[in-house]
Design a protein around this ligand. Structure first.
Ligand code: SF4
Length: 58
């Protein structure tokens, strides 16, 4: 299961990479759905790699 922890700095990178999975609002990124398709899973992995503070866990 993918989640965002309290280290999120609200930079918006994850939403720009995987907009179906992450939505940035209210001071942090929220997981709006778990990745299911191969495209969503790959985009989520890219977002995890790109997060500057390693706030996305799976
Ligand atoms: S990329 Fe990381 S720090 Fe930036 S909004 Fe997403 S979870 Fe937060």
């Amino acid at each position: 299961m993918v989640l965002v922890d309290e280290n999120c700095i609200w930079c918006g990178v994850c939403e720009s990479i995987a907009g179906k999975i992450f939505k940035v609002e209210d001071g942090m990124s929220h997981v709006i759905k778990q990745p299911e398709t191969e495209e969503e899973i790959n985009a989520t992995k890219d977002a995890i790699s790109a997060c500057p503070v390693a706030a996305i866990k799976e």
